[in-house]
Design a protein around this ligand. Structure first.
Ligand code: G4P
Length: 530
């Protein structure tokens, strides 16, 4: 047991996921409001200002109205210290999302009650499911005409394949939305209408066993309907089981309206009780408990040029154990170097705060002089730990990239290498040609635009991208093989990655099979292993 248990145990670190426009930002704003972190809703994302100031290089965000960077928010509420990780909403960023989720202990999934499960919810959910992290569902926008509540639950179960357990239940929807019924306390919570931006209106709590008070509060018709639905619900829904929730097999469901602030605080309260304090992490040496004395963390995200004026690169780390003390030295395991982390900071929506200490569960951003890679471990100098790496997703789109002005070769190589180190793209070279021919691989095609944009704006290099027909990538596991002598199909391409590992590109899966058959003992993998 460490000496910081109290600090660590009150931490809750989670990600928020949703299809764009479901209300993720509005809900986050309301959370912050309860925590007293901001005075007026709206200051997290004053659409054109705060949020975009964080990443002014990402003009594309503005142009396309998507959020491609993720940020971290920390606030206090009811004795808890809460870290919220915002996840990029666009479909092309599943890889970044996956990394962000590596740093979270649970996820809140926001769904629009009039739309149900949408395309992006499905994708993000899949990424959460891959990690097996607990998922809490907030069905939002009940102040608008919503789909039938049972149908909404059915939709989540069928579309996402996870059992649901409503923790509360909406009373009406649209103009008739009055509040929620809390199953645990067997009471209804009704809310008075609040102006956008005010913290809370009046909340009334009435027991459902007090028929007269119920009728007086929500009217005869709504009372009857609610009692009917409760009866149906008790017969039909899954029982609440915290173990199933923690295993990511059952999602507690809450209803409300982030905009009018109905059902937000009751959700936050239940959620904070149900979700966990920072979880232990797997390392090559075994499981590391968050309350261990020694500090350890892993890098889950690297972002360059968050501040154009400074041209800096920030490595985001999730602290896995102990306490971070800015005065103390740490060891970067992969680089085998002892150092002081430079400018440790907490990145809030539009400001950075220099930190002197932080605890397991917290996220810190440190200045990265170009030494960190995604998945790296940083720990107390004497500690022996190396966290399991974050898998690299196999790119599915490839293009040959050339700089238009040949005089700018140096900037081009520097820029493309730095962007690749951040993990936004992967770069490959044709076997034995060095940096002559560069091939870029991405998980989603939007990354090509991002690459082009960033090279132009940050490195002043214009590029041309020629699309290549490859769709499959395989790393070669065999250490003793002469890659030059491999015989494949005519459409196969031999390349090496940034670390010099050989790999093969294929147009279709049939070619992969043929190549394996033609080369005795050849072992191909879809993931690169460090
Ligand atoms: P996102 O981060 O998930 O993309 O969604 P965001 O919170 O930005 O919300 C998207 C739109 O939905 C916003 O409207 C927001 O006001 C609205 N919204 C969020 N929660 C609720 C809710 O509970 N009920 C209703 N009726 N609307 C909600 P907008 O017009 O696009 O932006 P704005 O001009 O209001 O900021």
């Amino acid at each position: 047991m460490g000496s910081f248990d109290k600090e660590i145990n009150r931490r809750r670190t989670f990600a928020i996921i949703s299809h764009p426009d479901a209300g993720k930002t509005t809900l986050t704003e309301k959370f912050l409001l309860y925590g007293g972190a901001i005075n007026l809703a709206g200051s997290v994302k004053g659409k054109a200002t705060a949020r975009h100031a964080v990443s002014d290089w990402m003009e594309i965000e503005k142009e396309r109205g998507i959020s491609v960077t993720s940020s971290v928010l920390q606030f206090e509420y009811d004795g808890f210290c809460i870290n919220i990780l915002d996840t990029p909403g666009h479909q092309d960023f599943s890889e970044d999302t996956y990394r962000t989720l590596m740093a979270a202990d649970s996820a809140v999934m926001v769904i629009d009650a009039s739309k149900g499960v949408e395309a992006q919810t499905r994708k993000l959910f899949k990424v959460c499911a891959m990690r097996g992290i607990p998922i809490f569902t907030f069905i939002n926008k009940l102040d608008r005409d919503a789909n039938d509540t049972f149908e909404l639950l059915d939709d989540v179960e069928k579309e996402l394949g996870i059992a649901t357990c409503p923790i509360n239940w909406p009373i009406g929807s649209g103009k008739a939305f009055k509040g929620v019924f809390d199953r645990k306390s067997e009471s209804i919570y009704t809310y008075s209408d609040t102006q956008k931006g005010t913290k809370e209106g009046e909340t009334k709590i009435v027991s459902i066993h007090d028929e007269a008070a119920m009728k007086a509060e929500i009217g005869d018709e709504a009372e009857e309907k609610l009692l009917e639905e409760i009866e149906l619900l008790d017969g039909a829904s899954s029982e609440f089981d915290i173990d199933l929730v923690r295993a990511g097999k059952l999602t507690p469901v809450f209803f409300g309206s982030a905009l009018t602030n109905f059902g937000v605080e009751i959700f936050l309260k239940h959620f904070l009780e149900m979700t966990t304090s920072p979880l232990p992490r797997k390392s090559e040496e075994g499981t590391v408990e968050p309350t261990e004395d020694d500090f350890s963390a892993f890098v889950f995200k690297i972002q360059a040029n968050m501040n154009k004026a400074h041209r800096d690169r920030i490595a985001f780390m999730r602290i896995c154990s102990g306490k971070f003390d800015a005065e103390k030295e740490v060891r970067h395991v992969q680089g085998n170097k002892v150092m002081r982390l430079s400018q440790p900071q907490q990145i809030m929506a539009d400001e950075r705060k220099i930190l002197s200490e932080a605890y397991a569960g917290d996220i810190i951003g440190v200045f990265d002089p170009g030494i960190f890679s995604i998945g790296d471990t940083v720990c107390a100098p004497k500690m022996k730990v190396k966290y399991e790496g974050i898998p690299t997703f196999a790119p599915e789109h490839f293009a040959r990239v050339r700089q238009i002005d040949t005089m700018k070769r140096k900037q081009f190589i520097k820029g493309i290498t730095q962007i690749a180190q951040e993990g936004a793209i992967q770069i490959f070279q044709e076997l034995n040609t060095g940096m002559e021919e560069i091939i870029v691989g991405v998980v989603g095609v939007l990354q090509f635009d991002v690459l082009k944009y960033r090279l132009e704006n940050e490195y002043n290099v214009e590029i041309r991208l020629d699309m290549l027909p490859y769709e499959h990538i395989r790393w070669i596991e065999n250490k003793d093989i002469d890659v030059a002598k491999l015989t494949g199909t005519s459409d196969m391409k031999k390349v090496t990655d940034l670390k010099g590992r050989p790999l093969l590109l294929f147009v279709n899966s049939w070619s992969i099979q043929m190549t394996i058959e033609r080369n005795n003992g050849l072992v191909l993998t879809e993931f690169s292993r460090d």
